[in-house]
Design a protein around this ligand. Structure first.
Ligand code: GTP
Ligand code: MG
Length: 627
């Protein structure tokens, strides 16, 4: 039975995200120089295949808590902002006809994927993962989170003298000199050609609020046998009792009482099914604008995405609305995360009598917009369907009114995605999403997604930032013990020979000969999002990178970049306005695990937030000073 996974970021009940005028006007160009942000994803957690689990990130999952937190954050941020010189309003964007297509220079170090956005996250995981007497260290940095203080990573470091126990200080470690390019993987690290396991595909389900994302996901899971008939009956009965009969399928994913009562998804749900080609990890995102940060945390993991559209009259238009619609915003965000393969599921076709004209109108209007975001026509599939009436999901439509459609059904379209590329032959990198401790058994497990390389029992790993060497005792994937974990796998790595306090969410497991950097002074290339307040020298921002979050101050704005060429357009400007890109230096309150993006994408993708919204996305171009 699917349980819900929740990537709760810092939900702010005051958060009224105005991504609305987010019309980036990306250049319509097949080789779109898009500012392409492939997420180093928040690990979708390690869960049983037959379970969906909710992952909460910045807090344990309580909306009340988060509401409190939201208020708290807001106050802190307002206080901070009071002391900041106010720059020209976003509206005064002078001559910048700034296309938000990314300047060419951006792509100097960026290949097809690009900058990503990552959020600190801790995980609620499947019980089967937990040792019986586990003590889930959700790294209760709630206080720091709530108060906007230093993040959990650093607070956890308080009692650790850096590298004291390990004898592996950064200074002493010669590994920093090693180039990841020199690395030669051992034979066992590479997947055998003959291996018959399905490729994992992280699939983000995004789209405007109420477009039917959860209903579609629930229906798919049911059709594919992931939700039993008995469970479905239960959902139907309970939903009916609460007067929410139409949400029965959505209930499979919207698990919390508040979500069910409000009839909206608030946090990302993770569920699994197998198609012919893929082990699909479904990331059912919230569509409501208040939960955009949660949507981001899930979507940053995506290899591909389904953008769900409500075809009903007025609803498609609402999603496309420049000020309130999340269809446009979600499409832009996922493209920014580097997702370039998209299915547009035109849902609720039953509500428009399966009209071909309506479908064509949606293709024509949304298609133009998607092209402007940098999606290639050839990478976008358009599928008319009805989740409620089960039309065109896993088999050809049975309703004669859809007889005009001759394309693939949704499941076939999913199987048509190109497989994601994985960094099997690079040195180990696993950003730690969550830590499970069992003090009574003296066990500690680091959980997360292996972004590069491989591990197996007996492997030595370097745990950063404590710079401590540990030995892998055992591994679990999908709640099962497994002999080897490779890039792309979500795993729990049980460690021997390390004090539990030296393993923390926001840290990274890496290859002992290729330690990653630990730094607080960084140079970034950033793109300020449309509608965001200007970034000034001295601006205080939340800095997010893989699963870490840290308070940051903009120490320097080195240059503004020309949006077309990527070359320096102006040196030392006073501020960066919406849609402008720039090179800046930030100083973090405490050091974080980081790499230059050109060396390791997943540890070099950042985004900057303030006042409950994302104001800029970027990449680390230089580590100015290591700790
Ligand atoms: P958020 O997660 O809150 O953004 O909503 P959602 O996109 O997950 O939508 P959800 O699945 O909760 O469905 C919202 C409403 O749309 C429910 O009442 C569903 O029954 C209805 N709905 C979903 N799919 C269809 C469909 O194919 N046809 C019709 N007529 N209604 C649908
Ligand atoms: Mg939903």
């Amino acid at each position: 039975m699917p349980r819900k996974v929740n990537y709760g970021l810092d939900y702010d009940d005051d958060y009224d995200d105005n991504y609305d005028e987010y019309d980036y006007r990306y250049e319509v160009d097949e080789n779109a120089n898009i500012f392409d942000l492939k997420s180093s994803r928040v690990s979708s957690t390690v869960v049983g295949r037959d379970e969906a689990v909710k992952v909460s990130s910045m807090r344990s999952d309580s909306s009340n808590l988060s509401t409190e937190k939201g208020k708290h954050n807001r106050l802190d941020e307002i206080n901070i902002l009071k002391n900041i010189e106010v720059g020209p309003p976003a509206g005064s964007r002078t001559s910048d006809n700034c296309s938000a297509s990314v300047p060419e220079g951006w792509l100097d170090h960026v290949d097809e994927s690009s900058v990503a956005v990552n959020l600190q996250s801790s995980v609620k995981r499947s019980l089967s993962l937990m040792p019986k007497e586990r003590n889930v260290m959700v790294d209760d940095s709630s206080s720091s989170r709530n108060g906007g203080e230093a993040n959990s990573l650093t607070s956890n470091l308080e009692n650790i003298s850096f590298a004291a126990k390990s004898g592996h200080s950064n200074d002493a470690n010669p590994g920093r000199a090693n180039s990841r390019a020199q690395y030669k993987p051992e034979k066992w690290m590479l997947p055998e050609k003959a291996e018959h396991s399905l490729t994992q595909l992280n699939l983000a389900i995004v789209g405007h609020v109420d477009s039917g994302k959860s209903t579609l996901s629930g229906r798919l899971l049911h059709l594919l046998g992931r939700i039993s008939q008995k469970e479905m009956h239960k959902y139907e009965k309970e939903a009916k009792l609460q007067g929410k009969g139409s949400f029965a399928y959505a209930w499979a994913l919207d698990e919390s009482a508040e979500e069910r009562e409000r009839g909206i998804t608030m946090t990302v749900a993770v569920a699994y099914f197998d198609s012919k080609r893929y082990h699909v990890v479904v990331l059912d995102s919230p569509g409501h604008k208040d939960f955009v940060p949660n949507m981001i945390t899930g979507a940053t993991q995506a290899d591909a995405s389904i953008l769900v559209i409500d075809a009903s009259i007025g609803s498609f238009e609402a999603g496309m609305d420049g000020t309130k619609g999340q269809t446009r915003e979600h499409a832009q965000l996922i493209r920014s995360f580097g997702v370039d393969q998209l299915i547009v599921a035109v849902n609720k076709m039953d509500a428009v009598d399966y009209s071909k004209e309506r479908f064509d109108l949606i293709i024509s209007q949304l298609g133009t917009f998607l092209r402007s975001c940098g999606f290639k026509d050839s990478s976008v599939s358009w599928i008319p369907l009805s989740a409620v009436e089960n039309q065109n999901l896993v088999s050809a439509p049975s309703n004669f009114r859809l007889s005009w459609y001759h394309g693939p059904n949704l499941l076939d379209a999913i199987d048509s995605f190109q497989p994601p590329t994985r960094e099997f032959s690079k040195p180990l990198i696993m950003p730690i999403c969550d830590v499970i401790k069992s003090p009574s058994q003296g066990q500690v497990s680091a959980c997360g997604k292996l972004e590069a390389g491989a591990v197996r029992s007996g492997s030595k790993v370097l745990v950063m930032p404590s710079a401590t060497i540990a030995t892998v005792r055992s591994l679990e994937r999908d709640s099962q013990a497994c002999p080897i974990g490779r890039a792309g796998d979500n795993i729990a790595v049980s460690l021997n020979g390390i004090d539990g306090n030296h393993v923390m969410a926001g840290g990274v497991l890496c290859h002992p000969d290729f330690p990653i950097a630990f730094a607080k002074h960084l140079e970034l290339k950033v793109l300020v999002l449309d509608g965001a307040t200007p970034i000034l020298i001295g601006s205080q921002l939340e800095f997010h990178i893989h699963h870490a979050k840290e308070a940051a101050r903009v120490a320097r704005i080195s240059s503004l970049l020309d949006s077309k060429t990527g070359k320096v357009a102006k040196k030392a400007p006073r501020c960066i306005l919406a849609k402008q890109s720039a090179v800046v230096e930030v100083i973090l309150q405490e050091a974080i695990c980081v790499e230059e993006f050109s060396k390791c994408k997943v540890l070099g993708r950042v985004f900057l937030r303030t006042l409950g919204r994302t104001v800029a996305v970027g990449i680390v171009t230089r580590i100015v000073e290591e700790q």
